[in-house]
Design a protein around this ligand. Structure first.
Ligand SMILES: Cc1cc2nc3c(=O)[nH]c(=O)nc-3n(C[C@H](O)[C@H](O)[C@H](O)COP(=O)(O)OP(=O)(O)OC[C@H]3O[C@@H](n4cnc5c(N)ncnc54)[C@H](O)[C@@H]3O)c2cc1C
Length: 292
């Protein structure tokens, strides 16, 4: 099928984009087009105007300061995954990148587009949640910060209000004591995950876990922190047995969907395995990758 007819505008500034969004209630933002164009061609969306944000230089800016990493919403997947300074600033980004799609999609797709699209199986939203990222959203009334936890609201639904634009993603500085792990299972290399886990573990000088983030994605309508499992790690020196226990706690009570790719039962069984592997990799405990 072909996309329905639409008008096209490519403003050169954020203000220009916001003015167009305000003037056309059903306008859609076009970033990398890797999710939007298929949706148009399948006639799942029929906006009257496409507001192409690719000509707004500010949206592609990257800055790394002592406060952390700031990625413009239009920064491409490939730039994130192949720039050692970016992956050095937030190692979880570098670990997740190889799981995202294929070369052509990576060179066009953007982190902002992925976050705004809010596919529950996408990698960047899970990474943002596990890294305490904050989304900078701008609208006609000014700017506001939305913590990752409040940003993804459900399948293809975010906190972005009509007329607003996601302009940047801020990641707080990554402590030297923080380890990261990422694991997912997909039908084929580069496919969306059926289930995945993004984790961080902070270790004290004596090897005690001082803090942890465990995020499951693909297991519900949005990526979710598994706080009980995180609490199980805090104050402990992690070993294989503890990681197995935390992993099974992380998967307790999840209610995953069944779809063409996997049944709910499969996702339920695989979720703890993904958490266990991510934690084992984060802590360099290869024996903990095994079931027992
Ligand atoms: C074959 C294939 C495989 C893929 N595999 C994966 C995968 O394994 N993992 C994965 O995570 N993704 C995957 N994707 C999706 C890909 O990552 C997309 O790039 C991403 O979902 C959307 O980013 P985009 O820049 O292309 O956004 P677009 O397609 O341009 O936009 C997507 C949506 O977000 C809105 N939007 C975009 N930018 C903004 C903004 N700054 N502010 C407000 N709204 C905005 C648009 O209006 C639209 O509704 C795949 C895509 C394809 C085609």
């Amino acid at each position: 099928m072909k996309a329905p007819p639409f008008a096209y505008a490519a403003p050169a500034s954020i203000e220009g984009a916001l003015a167009l969004l305000a003037a056309h209630e059903d306008a859609k933002v076009l970033a990398g087009g890797q999710s939007l164009m298929p949706a148009l061609n399948l006639r799942l969306a029929a906006p009257s105007v496409l507001v192409d944000i690719n000509a707004i230089p500010e949206l592609s800016e990257v800055s790394i300061t002592p406060a952390g990493l700031r990625l413009g919403a239009l920064v491409r997947h490939s730039r994130i995954g192949t720039n050692s300074a970016i992956a050095g600033a937030v190692p979880l980004l570098g670990l997740a990148y190889p799981h995202i799609a294929h070369g052509p999609v990576r060179t066009r797709g953007t982190i902002g587009g992925s976050l705004a699209h809010a596919d529950p199986s996408a990698e960047w939203p899970a990474v943002c949640l596990a890294s305490d990222a904050v989304m900078e959203v701008r609208g006609p009334g000014g700017g506001r910060d939305v913590p990752a936890e409040e940003f993804s609201l459900g399948i293809f639904t975010t906190a972005i209000e009509p007329g607003e634009l996601l302009v940047a993603i801020r990641f707080p500085a990554w402590p030297a004591s923080r380890r990261a792990g990422f694991a997912e299972v997909a039908r084929r290399d580069g496919d969306f995950a059926m289930v995945g886990a993004a984790v961080t573990v902070d270790l004290g000088a004596d090897g005690t876990c001082t803090d942890a983030r465990i995020v499951l994605f693909g297991a519900s309508s949005r990526p979710v922190r598994r706080r009980e499992a995180e609490a199980r790690l805090r104050g402990q020196v992690p070993g294989a047995a503890l990681l197995r226990e935390a992993a099974s706690l992380a998967a307790q009570g999840i209610d995953p969907p069944s779809d063409l790719h996997a049944s709910a039962e499969y996702r339920r069984r695989v979720a703890p395995v993904m958490v266990r592997r991510a934690l084992a990799d984060a802590l360099s405990l290869p024996e903990a990758r095994l079931a027992s």
